[in-house]
Design a protein around this ligand. Structure first.
Ligand code: CA
Length: 340
């Protein structure tokens, strides 16, 4: 495997708090010998877990970026036991442009793993995470939302990894995020995901969908920030007392899952989409989830998107204009946590 070309002045083993960046070689027409800079802070205090905390994997997903930018300024070394590595925005050009994909190379960063040291900027950064930051970490946290394209019931989520000890620790960590539902998902749209590579390396991986569809209400920011702090205490990297679900006014964790491709509902054709069910609402098999109208043929019956089974709506469509094949709904099903 070739050496990764990313340069950094950060020393991950140095005690105290450092602010710096990863410099990814990137030439453009007005920038020969230039680099793309990804901000990183390392806060280290004594022995303890190494936690890698990231957001902005998809640029247009902001609550996690805000939460980590706040921690960057709020945390001092004495708040930490072990090492906390903060990357508030993995994809600054996408974040600035409010896009899911990198404007520099057109790539979906969450499909670039394990990465390539000789590839595009996204592939080089993915390779650095895979070969440098994941191996040194015990916990890998990647904060997402539904982006501009999808609304999401705020939730911590995870893959059902095959290793039972790893799975159990991931279940407990996800529950510490203190969301109403916790969600098991499947990869229905390709491979090369960041969490999949971290899981393959045996890491305790914690991910979220903190709302989505552009608007971020204050309540979602608060939920993201409070849940994240509780998770960091749970991991043992942040000092403090972990809040139980009962102390947070919540019942036992409600686990739901969407593991079948059918659970993900797609627009049958392009047009103007109407969401017909609220996020978090219970649905029955055959319920109308949404419909696609034709602006050009108002006489025509809209194309219907049906619930294929009973469940709860965890994701819906953000922008009203849809293209054929866009995911417009996700139906999840309750699962008994004792069976997980
Ligand atoms: Ca996302």
């Amino acid at each position: 495997m070739s050496t990764n070309p990313i340069h950094t002045d950060l020393d991950y083993s140095r005690p105290g708090k450092q602010s710096g960046h990863l410099a990814i070689p990137y030439s453009h027409n007005l920038g020969g010998w230039a680099n793309l800079r990804v901000p990183v802070s390392v806060i280290r205090n004594g022995e303890g877990p190494v936690v890698l905390l990231m957001a902005g994997n998809h640029g247009d997903e902001y609550p996690g970026q805000v939460a980590i930018l706040r921690l960057w300024r709020e945390l001092a070394p004495e708040d930490v036991t072990g090492t906390l590595i903060l990357i508030p925005c993995l994809n600054p050009p996408a974040s600035k442009a409010s896009t899911r994909l990198s404007p520099l190379d057109g790539r979906n960063f969450n499909r670039c793993f394990p990465g390539n040291p000789n590839g595009t900027v996204s592939e080089i950064l993915a390779h650095y995470l895979t070969t440098v930051l994941f191996p040194m970490s015990e916990y890998v946290i990647d904060l997402h939302t539904g982006g501009r394209s999808m609304g999401f019931l705020p939730c911590a989520h995870m893959h059902l990894v095959p290793d039972l000890a790893q799975r159990n620790r991931m279940l407990r960590a996800a529950e510490a995020f203190l969301t109403e539902v916790t969600f098991l998902y499947a990869d229905v749209a390709g491979t090369g995901l960041l969490p999949t590579e971290a899981e393959r390396q045996g890491k305790i991986v914690i991910t979220t969908e903190m709302g989505g569809a552009e608007l971020v209400p204050a309540s979602i920011h608060r939920q993201c920030q409070a849940g994240l702090r509780n998770v960091l205490i749970h991991c043992g990297v942040l000092r403090g007392k972990e809040k139980s679900r009962a102390e947070a006014g919540l019942g036992p964790a409600r686990w739901v899952q969407s593991l079948d491709r059918e659970d993900y509902r797609f627009a049958p054709e392009s047009g103007l989409y109407e969401n017909c069910v609220e996020l978090g609402e219970a649905v029955k098999k055959g319920d109308l989830l949404g419909q696609v109208f034709s602006i050009e043929n108002p006489d025509r019956e809209p194309a219907k998107v049906w619930a294929h089974a009973d469940g709860i709506l965890v994701a819906n469509r953000g922008p009203s204009m849809v293209g054929q094949g866009d995911c417009v709904a996700c139906v999840a099903h309750d699962v008994d946590p004792r069976t997980l």
